[in-house]
Design a protein around this ligand. Structure first.
Ligand SMILES: Cc1cc2nc3c(=O)[nH]c(=O)nc-3n(C[C@H](O)[C@H](O)[C@H](O)COP(=O)(O)O)c2cc1C
Length: 445
């Protein structure tokens, strides 16, 4: 017996000394990676957003992980968002004093420590229990805005109560206009500091993996998913302890629809293909605060947006989740910035996975970026600390990128940081396409 105990002890020591060392970062590495974010130490150093994505892949049930990574149909636009960004070459500069750097800015007049805001993500609370609250808290600590989706798991009121700080709220105009009016009044009551009106979801694009995983209306329970979920104990525990397990903004506010299935069916019946600029005018009247129009991908629409009385527009193709075959958002940014950049503040989203990407978007005319999957991966990987880590990675990368491009202030970032002031992104992307495409597909899959 004694010999057995000794053998077990030796084995434990051996595992600790070998495998433990392989997976645990040394204190020096931890400091280098900034792993003191929220006092959490990651077993493997999280050096970039794809490290967080890999960890999220292991921790989040497959159906929800694939819901996050997927794009619509053949995912051409999803891939183009990345390949076109990666094809933009930054201009390396030397011997310019960049000792004091300032990454802060304003977004729709509000101070932000970084030129980013966390994008609205439906069902965020299924990546990690209380996901919306944890992401909002991480954003608050980092000094950047968080946007709560209409289709969130935690409600506006729950996020407001748990964070105690203003956040942005995203709405769609759906058929039930009375519901939207009520939702906007709830956002006002919760002291939301901006309203993001998403305009590219008048009908729903299909994501093939969601259909295969049973993330449909009504949801389909698949044995393979049940088995998969049973292996994700950390995730299960977080969901078990979470404040909400339904569509938080809908439950109790849609007559006769109380369970997840009926709420999902109600939502699916609410997409409104009759949407027009009159609806934007209607929302403008209802919401006197900062208004941001999301989903602008065309110069003509951008001109109308600039005249709509909104405070900002977001050049966005919904992260490649709606019109497959649409241009990448970065390829449309320069034309839109040229056409309306003087009349309305321009934000950008679609494919931002690094500080270098933020630099590229700012160089091509955006004042700030919305970050989507990059923080979703952080949340799935490690909850609030993971989101904090994602923001921290982007901040450090942007800081170093600015320094190496000879820029000290965010407001100084312009076309001069791009090689030959290059603005014809699509042409560059065409040349870079085959290799970059394969790489992006591998990364997202
Ligand atoms: C899982 C997921 C859910 C999303 N849900 C919403 C949503 O509820 N409302 C919305 O306006 N956009 C939604 N989007 C789009 C994002 O707000 C944003 O436009 C997109 O993620 C940007 O692309 P990126 O993920 O490559 O950064 C969602 C995106 C993802 C990945």
């Amino acid at each position: 017996m004694c010999r057995l105990a000794k053998t077990v002890l030796i084995a434990i020591n051996y595992v600790n000394a070998t495998i433990g060392n392989v997976f645990r970062a040394t204190p020096a590495q931890q400091a280098a990676q900034g792993q003191d974010v929220k006092g959490v130490t990651f077993m493997i150093p999280m050096t970039c957003i794809s490290d967080l994505r890999d960890l999220a892949k292991r921790r989040v049930p497959r159906a929800f992980y694939e819901y996050a990574i997927s794009g619509s149909y053949n995912e051409e636009t999803l891939r183009a968002n990345r390949t076109d960004l990666e094809a933009i070459r930054l201009r390396q500069r030397i011997l310019i004093d960049v000792d004091k750097r300032d990454l802060s800015t304003t977004i729709v007049g509000q101070k932000a420590a970084l030129p980013i805001a966390l994008a609205p993500i439906g069902l965020l609370g299924m990546q990690h229990g209380d996901g919306e609250i944890l992401a909002a808290k991480a954003a608050n600590e980092a000094g950047v805005p968080f946007t709560l989706s209409t289709m969130s798991v935690c409600s506006i009121e729950q996020v407001a109560e748990a964070t105690g700080k203003p956040f942005w709220f995203q709405v769609y105009v759906i058929r039930d206009r009375a519901f939207i009016e009520d939702l906007i009044n709830r956002a006002k009551a919760a002291n939301c500091s901006a309203l993001v009106l998403t305009l590219d979801l008048q009908i729903l694009g299909q994501r093939h993996r969601d259909v295969k995983n049973g993330l449909t209306v009504p949801p389909e329970i698949k044995i393979s998913n049940v088995i998969d979920i049973a292996t994700k104990l950390r995730w299960l525990w977080s969901i078990y302890n979470s404040r909400s397990k339904t569509f938080g903004n809908l439950a109790g506010h849609v007559k006769g629809m109380e369970n997840v299935n009926s709420l999902a069916e109600w939502t699916a019946s609410q997409f409104d293909p009759t949407l027009s600029w009159k609806d934007v005018a209607w929302i403008r009247k209802l919401w006197p605060g900062k208004l941001i129009l999301k989903g602008i991908m065309d110069v003509e629409d951008a001109k109308l947006a600039a005249k709509s009385g909104a405070d900002a527009l977001i050049v966005s193709n919904h992260g490649g989740r709606q019109l497959d075959g649409a241009a990448s958002s970065i390829s449309m940014l320069p034309q839109i910035a040229d056409a309306v950049g003087k009349d309305i503040e321009i934000m950008f989203d679609g494919g931002v996975r690094s500080g270098q990407d933020i630099m590229r978007a700012l160089a091509l005319g955006a004042k700030s970026c919305m970050v989507g999957r990059a923080y979703v991966y952080g949340l799935g990987a490690a909850g609030q600390a993971g989101v904090a880590k994602a923001i921290d990675i982007l901040r450090k990368e942007l800081d170093v990128t600015m320094a190496l491009c000879g820029v000290s202030k965010v407001s100084d970032i312009g076309p001069q940081v791009i090689v030959r002031g290059e603005r014809a992104v699509t042409e560059t992307a065409k040349k870079a396409a085959p290799r970059a495409k394969a790489k992006a597909a591998k990364e997202e899959g």
